[in-house]
Design a protein around this ligand. Structure first.
Ligand code: PLP
Length: 388
């Protein structure tokens, strides 16, 4: 069924098409890796990450970037990785693949970002990594998380899959952890279908990152003229993006302000329109953006007052042509989460988000439709039956 208001809409224009066409007309599209090189320069410029040495690497996905981050961390059996339960499987599986034990902690109310107090309480002598996932493109409390990671000697990794273009205290999200990962999947603000980036902020890890991403070879040193041939020197994976995807991404990166700005306009329209519904108790909460954080308009969500309402509201909205999906099942409550991890502390907010959160259509141009969508949400809540 074609929905009047889908959750996601592509934002490709003639600009991206032109870049891809120009690339395909070349005799050798990989010559100089020009489009991926321009993408890494653009990301480095936006994040204000000085290069060289190379710190920004394009990857086939955020998942693959997280897997390389896990390799860089050196974790293995017996080591513990602290992460939010309320996140996507990729945040966890990258580290479970290395044999580490996952330690799931709760989120903060309002932003549903990892709760620094819960992280501190979860630290043990085996803690090696702390993961900050910036939910909805709203920065985690990086001051407190950095202090905790420093105190226990853990590596701090940012899963910034949703956060390209966001800032906190004027600094780009993705520049505070030892490494950070971004996603350019179809569902993200900027997309090349499938794609990602690894940003290495800790200078000690740059050389190894380049090797791990190049199938364990020192090929990037060869391209820089630092060695006269390249060979297999370490573990590695196929961590590079295709030039075709990079051409699409280049177009999107150059349009980041336009795309993010139009999404933020939609987000602001929702936030204003839902305020009276929150006051009336029809919805339990709207998103909270902490002081100093500038988000990128990635997700607008509402929290319903009762988990039993959600299935009916989703079905009713779908009947009215609106896609309003829920989000993560808290990882500690999943088959794999129980197998590869353990829980530390209470999971009040993770459960609340897991059972009461609803996401609304958000794409450039949605702002003008927000009054209609919010009216439909109100009607759907009022008419939906509570499913026991
Ligand atoms: C928090 C988070 N981390 C990682 C990923 C994985 O990103 P990708 O699809 O680019 O591998 C996602 C995807 O939705 C995500 O939301």
């Amino acid at each position: 069924m074609t929905l009047k208001y889908p959750y996601v809409k592509s934002t490709f224009t003639q600009h991206e098409l032109g870049l891809v066409t120009e690339l395909m007309e070349r005799d050798n599209m990989t010559l100089g890796f020009s489009h991926s090189a321009l993408c890494t320069e653009e990301i480095a410029r936006r994040l204000d990450v000085p290069q060289p040495p190379q710190r920004v690497f394009l990857t086939p996905s955020c998942t693959s970037a997280l897997e390389v981050a896990a390799l860089l961390s050196g974790v293995g059996p017996g080591d513990e990785v602290i992460l939010p339960s309320y996140t996507f499987s990729s945040t966890a599986t990258a580290f479970a693949l290395r044999g580490a034990t996952l330690v799931f902690v709760d989120s903060e109310p309002g932003s549903f970002n990892i709760d620094p107090e819960a992280v501190r309480a979860a630290v043990t002598p085996a803690t090696r990594v702390v993961i900050a996932m910036h939910y909805c493109g709203v920065s985690c409390d990086m001051d407190r998380l950095s202090a905790i990671a420093r105190d226990c000697g853990a590596m701090l990794i940012e899963d910034a899959a949703q956060a390209y273009g966001a800032t906190a205290q004027g600094q780009a999200v993705g520049t505070r952890g030892d490494v950070a990962t971004f996603s350019f999947h179809h569902t993200k603000n900027l997309s090349c279908g499938e794609g990602g980036a690894l940003v290495v902020n800790n200078p000690d890890l740059c050389d190894r990152a380049a090797i791990l991403l190049e199938k364990g070879t020192n090929r990037s040193q060869f391209f820089q003229g630092l060695v006269d041939k390249y060979s297999w020197v370490d573990l590695g994976t196929s961590g590079v993006i295709s030039e075709i995807a990079a051409a699409v991404l280049l177009g999107q990166l150059r349009r980041a302000d336009e795309i993010n700005g139009a999404r933020i306009a939609g987000w602001n329209a929702y936030h204003a329109a839902f305020a009276p519904l929150e006051q009336a108790g029809l919805i339990a909460a709207r998103p909270h953006v902490p002081e100093g954080c500038v988000h990128n308009g990635h997700i607008y969500f509402i929290i319903l007052p009762d988990p039993a309402l959600r299935p009916g509201v989703i079905a009713e909205l779908s009947r009215r042509g609106i896609s309003a999906p829920f989000h993560y099942v808290p990882l500690h409550d999943t088959v794999a989460g129980r197998r590869f991890g353990r829980v530390s502390g209470q999971m009040v907010e993770a459960h609340r988000a897991g059972s009461c959160l609803l996401r609304l259509p958000l794409w450039p141009g949605v702002a003008e439709h927000v009054p209609e969508i919010v009216a439909e949400v109100e009607a759907a809540i009022e008419t939906s039956e509570v499913v026991a």
